[in-house]
Design a protein around this ligand. Structure first.
Ligand SMILES: Nc1ncnc2c1ncn2[C@@H]1O[C@H](COP(=O)(O)OP(=O)(O)OP(=O)(O)O)[C@@H](O)[C@H]1O
Ligand SMILES: [Mg+2]
Length: 277
């Protein structure tokens, strides 16, 4: 959020992750038993960039996300964030450094309200501790009040109507649940936001609004975004750079138009469709 540099839009792909990348992954692999889910992927995200990762089902996209956020440990390779090695760091430490995410399958607490779900996300930054939370001295009450205000502000920022902020998450529309997930991720004040198929289940109108929101988030708050997305319209509209995975390997990377016309990419998608439908 502090960089004054301009976004690295149109930067051509480099096999070596650039020195000044916000996040870089060098030759990262992950195997599950005999299955190589991600194979020697080198990838970087520029400060304040909006980049996408695409590929057929099972290509390794979510597995790659899970390594960036510490949920999975890479079998080999190095991941660094702001020049710091985070390859074997715990997920909560990685969150504290400034990487936040949403999940492909929404993971909200269904029996908590939208507002409470965002407060959970803020908890990582609060100082009260267990004793403080029970005794609630004035300092803690002040902290709680400001956390509450911040949660409301974030939910408003992602476009959740005030009238539904107090509803249980389970009773929200699909699009609104996705919004709450983004607000919860933003509650940890990330400088990098990873979105795993955020438009899944959204209609065209909601998807278009999400595209506008991603740009706003980057422009106003300086947040870099890595997007996994199946909706090509969204990918083509919002991405400064697209990386394509197929069977765990990076098969193409570059500007959206270039990648979309790449024969290997077309083949990966058509081959997959021919094989599964
Ligand atoms: N925890 C796991 N244990 C074993 N295999 C896994 C695990 N997670 C993912 N895989 C396998 O790794 C491969 C890549 O899966 P991944 O979920 O990363 O794909 P994806 O690109 O996100 O696909 P989709 O577009 O369907 O979400 C798949 O073959 C999947 O079955
Ligand atoms: Mg996935």
């Amino acid at each position: 959020m502090t960089s004054a540099r301009t976004p690295a839009a149109g930067t051509e792909p480099a096999e070596q992750p650039s020195e000044d990348a916000l996040l870089s992954a060098q030759d990262v692999s992950k195997s599950f038993g005999g299955l190589l889910a991600v194979s020697d992927v080198t990838f970087s995200i520029p400060e304040r960039g909006i980049v996408s990762m695409i590929g057929p089902n099972g290509a390794g996209k979510t597995t790659f996300f899970n390594m960036l956020t510490g949920l999975y440990r890479p079998t080999s390779g190095v991941i660094s964030f702001r020049g710091r090695d985070i390859t074997r760091m715990r997920p909560d430490r990685i969150t504290a450094l400034g990487i936040a995410r949403t999940f492909q399958n929404i993971r909200l607490f269904g029996t908590m309200t939208a507002l409470e779900n965002v407060l959970v996300g803020e908890h990582a930054r609060m100082r009260a501790g267990l004793i403080g939370s029970i005794l609630r001295p004035p300092r803690v009450r002040r902290e709680e009040r400001s956390a509450h205000e911040k949660a409301q502000e974030l939910l408003g920022y992602v476009g959740l109507p005030a009238s539904v902020m107090g509803l249980l998450a389970v009773n929200l529309s699909y699009g609104d649940q996705r919004r709450v997930e983004i607000a919860r991720a933003l509650a940890s004040d990330p400088s990098l936001l990873l979105l795993d198929e955020p438009t899944a289940g959204m209609n065209a109108d909601e998807s278009a609004r999400l595209v506008a929101f991603m740009r706003q988030l980057r422009d106003e708050r300086g947040v870099a975004i890595l997007l996994i997305e199946h909706d090509m319209k969204v990918v083509m509209e919002v991405s400064e750079r697209v990386t394509v995975l197929d069977h765990g390997e990076k098969i193409a990377e570059g500007k959206p138009q270039t990648v979309a016309g790449d024969p290997r990419v077309v083949e990966a998608y058509l081959g997959k469709r021919g094989g599964t439908e």
